[in-house]
Design a protein around this ligand. Structure first.
Ligand code: AMP
Length: 428
């Protein structure tokens, strides 16, 4: 099926053509007809599947068919958990509506509000926002949400992880009850299903894309056992062997900064993106990375979830995430659209439980790279029982299922269940 067959406005079709899109991705092919009919939608989709266009295109089509009012009113509201994702969705909405005369604005915290107030005053049709700043501006009378006819909650699971539930509840009291609602989440734990029931009309439609295989199929995955101490050296060693841009994930802000300093000392251009950085610094780091001016971007999960970096080939998990679903999101930064990618994970002795959890979630063993210059150090670290104690954190750890954001309701495959009963297959 081609986009032409969906009955879309010629202005939208010409914008899609300009983007080089000819065929809808599976989530687009399934969602767009349902959304054009006016249904509410619960979407579960693999990362990098073309989710943004799946919801933005029908919204544009609906807005184009609404009678024009004298004054621009906010008709569509997209709420995202992070500022970076808001910017990215906003950019896509602008591209897809380029020829239509519709106006899109993006608002988020961490920067001055005056330019955002100016945008709202001039009039906006599609508003993309993070919850806190949106409620602030609504409270101050700058954002009128009383005419919303289309509401999208994107990356709902991360929204809950980040503690936005109260903001979402407040928002639901403000926006009109009569609306089309779209609810997207990469995972569907019980808490998310409950939240979706408060947002969607009972006759909503569901679209699930490859939920049982959450790992992007085109991404090759491998893991290195390495001692905590030698992770920086292994990273430098691999950077010498790899070509192109590399996105490195760390668990803590402090840890990310340390990796940046180490890389810069090793004459590798690197920048960090995490919650302690100013919004301007975050945007600059991302922009420089996308432009190829910085080779390595070191990020925490909060900052990097959902961002789309076209052509990114390598993701390195410098530290494994304690919530397994996060791994899927991380490696989904590469292998987007029809590109291929690679994910390399570093696993120290105290992270072995995290690796086990991840392998259970994705129902596959990640290839172990046995021969590398730092394998001896890893074996030494592993042989000391003290070092095998799990990292003390809110969730996860050896033998524990992660709590926050975990998908306890996800049915595991038979394979994964029997593997978990046998215990980890590999030894150091
Ligand atoms: P998303 O999952 O929305 O972040 O999209 C992932 C990537 O796929 C983005 O770089 C989009 O520009 C691209 N994309 C979305 N829809 C299509 C399509 N129908 N054909 C080709 N590329 C697409």
């Amino acid at each position: 099926m081609a986009f032409d067959a969906l009955g879309l406005d010629p202005q939208i079709l010409s914008a899609l053509k300009e983007q080089g899109y000819t065929t809808p991705t599976p989530i687009q092919a399934q969602s767009i007809p349902l959304l054009l009919e006016g249904s509410d939608l619960l979407g579960t989709a693999q990362t990098g599947t073309g989710k943004t266009a799946a919801f933005v295109i029908p919204i544009i089509q609906h807005l184009l068919s609404q009678p024009k009012s004298n004054r621009r009113q906010i008709k569509a509201l997209v709420v995202t958990p992070t500022r970076e994702l808001a910017l990215q969705v906003g950019e896509n909405a602008k591209r897809y509506s380029k020829n239509t005369g519709l106006r899109t604005a993006v608002i988020f915290g961490g920067v001055g509000q005056t330019p955002q107030v100016d945008l709202l005053t001039r009039g906006v049709d599609i508003l993309v926002a993070t919850p806190g700043r949106l409620l602030d501006l609504e409270n101050q009378g700058h954002a009128d949400l009383s005419n919303i006819s289309h509401f999208v909650l994107d990356e709902a699971d991360q929204m809950l992880d980040m503690g936005f539930i109260h903001d979402i509840r407040k928002l639901l009291k403000i926006i009109p009850a009569k609306r089309q609602s779209l609810f997207f989440s990469a995972t569907m734990p019980k808490s998310i299903i409950e939240l979706s029931a408060q947002i969607l009309r009972p006759n909503y439609k569901s679209v699930r894309i490859a939920v049982d295989k959450p790992t992007a199929e085109r991404v090759t995955q491998c893991v290195y056992y390495v001692s905590k101490k030698e992770k920086p050296d292994l990273l430098l060693h691999l950077l010498n062997e790899m070509k192109g841009a590399v996105l490195v994930f760390g668990r803590t802000k402090h840890g990310c900064d340390k990796v940046v300093r180490m890389l810069q000392n090793g004459r590798v251009s690197a920048a960090a993106i995490h919650g302690n950085k100013s919004q301007n610094a975050r945007q600059k780091a991302l922009k420089d990375f996308k432009a190829g001016e910085v080779r390595v971007l070191i990020a925490t999960d909060i900052a990097a979830r959902g961002i789309d970096i076209s052509g990114l080939e390598h993701v390195v998990n410098f530290e494994l995430p304690n919530v397994s679903e996060t791994y899927v999101h991380r490696i989904g930064r590469t292998g987007r659209a029809d590109a291929s990618g690679s994910s390399i994970s570093f696993c120290s002795a105290d992270e072995r439980g995290f690796l086990k959890d991840i392998e259970q979630l994705i129902s596959q063993d990640i290839d172990l790279v046995r021969e590398h210059p730092f394998s001896e150090g890893a074996a030494l670290e592993w042989s000391d029982p003290e070092n095998r104690k799990p990292i003390k954190q809110g969730g996860g750890g050896r033998g524990q299922r992660p709590q926050k954001g975990s998908d306890s309701s996800r049915p595991r495959s038979k394979d994964a269940k029997s593997r978990s009963a046998r215990g980890p297959k590999r030894k150091w």
